[in-house]
Design a protein around this ligand. Structure first.
Ligand code: IPM
Ligand code: MN
Length: 363
């Protein structure tokens, strides 16, 4: 199979983590006789500096011409003074809109070896396996009107959804629940916001198409607490854009590190794959950052864009094995370094490569 992938490494640690994940994808492709056809383009702060815009036209063209886009991270404090529409993040939001993927899947599961890294007690997080479905193309991130009138001292953003936008993301969530533990939790703020009332009404209506899935509703404030107290109770969680942004960062606490959270955005013309964490410019170029979220994002790419389930499973299994063998990046070794081997970014990538190769050869 030919896998035509556009890589947009972006800013900060983006180039380092994507390099390691691509290395793993290359290993897996070679083992399975697939051809990984890669192209690299700029986005975010590097594009602002070299092309004068956070989303160059040739990046968009190459993205639309690929079968999957693999993104590192965007953002750098040095652009903080720019208006929202010119910042690195605007490049990412623009790319998301062009590709059209509206369902951002963020799986949160606790590797047993990393429970010690979480400030939450093992008996609370052990066995947690949640699939967040974050709506990615609507709500406050894209709603009009928006703006900041500095003279008047007034700023606004608009949380807006159409019924159709809610229906399509709800269907993705219900379908995922059907293949899992058949439970869907809808998260909103329907006690206060009309947009949430419509959202909840729509999800309840769509539920009729999925009688085998149990639907429950939670308010976002209560949900943020439930996630820390009883994360095991949740299977698939669907929510609007900004609530999803916040709840998934919060839930990374369950995985032991934000450096463990992958994501896939599906439903549009071309799927977009990016780790859930940011560009961490402070850590760039130090070979200390954790590439595992990005490597696990590579597994999602194989699964959701190419149907290569066995290969995707092999990457997850390799990550688990590397952790079982006691290898850690510095972020994962901080709490309890005893008996662990701390590896740099590149060494961790190489370790996963070597492990996945062995798993595939022996499969
Ligand atoms: C994420 C990030 C982005 C978002 C930023 C970088 C625009 O925080 O993917 O969660 O808010 O969607
Ligand atoms: Mn975020």
């Amino acid at each position: 199979m030919k896998l035509k992938v556009l890589v947009t490494p972006g800013d900060g640690i983006g180039p380092e983590i994507t390099a390691e994940a691509i290395g793993v994808l290359q290993e897996v492709a070679a083992a399975g006789g697939h051809t990984l056809e890669l192209e690299t383009k700029r986005i975010g702060g590097v594009a602002i500096e070299q092309d004068g815009t956070p989303l160059p036209a040739d990046t968009v063209a190459a993205a639309l011409d690929s079968q999957a886009v693999f993104l590192g991270a965007v953002g750098d404090d040095k652009f903080n003074s720019l208006p929202a529409s010119q910042r690195p993040e605007a490049g990412l939001l623009g790319l998301r809109a062009k590709l059209g993927g509206f369902a951002n899947l963020r799986p949160v599961f606790a590797f047993k070896e990393l429970t010690v890294n979480s400030p939450l007690r093992p008996e609370i997080i052990d066995g947690t396996d949640i699939m967040f479905v974050r709506e990615l193309l609507g709500g406050l991130y894209y709603g009009q009107p928006r703006g900041w009138d500095k003279e008047k001292g007034v700023a606004l953003n608009t949380m807006i959804y159409t019924r159709g936008e809610v229906e399509r993301v709800a269907r993705v969530a219900f379908q995922l629940a059907q293949k899992r533990r058949r439970k869907l939790t809808n998260v909103d703020k329907a006690n206060v916001l009309e947009v949430s009332q419509m959202w909840r009404d729509t999800v309840t209506e769509v539920a009729k198409e999925f009688p085998d899935v149990t639907l429950e509703h939670q308010f976002v404030d209560a949900m943020s607490m439930h996630l820390m107290k009883r994360p095991r109770d949740f299977d698939v969680v669907v929510t609007e854009n900004m609530f999803g942004d916040i709840l998934t960062d919060e839930s990374s606490v369950i995985t032991g590190s934000l450096g463990m959270l992958p994501s896939a955005t599906i439903g549009g013309k071309v799927n977009l794959y990016e780790p859930a964490h940011g560009s961490a410019p402070r850590y760039a170029g130090k070979n200390t950052i954790n590439p595992l979220a990005t490597i696990l994002t590579g597994a999602m790419l194989l699964r959701y864009s190419f149907g290569l389930e066995a290969e995707a499973d092999a990457i997850v299994a390799a990550v688990r094995k590397v952790l079982e063998e006691g290898f850690r990046t510095p972020d994962l070794a901080r709490t309890n370094p005893e008996g662990l081997t701390v590896l740099g970014t590149a060494e961790m990538g190489a370790k996963v490569c070597e492990t996945v190769k062995a798993l595939l050869v022996n499969a």
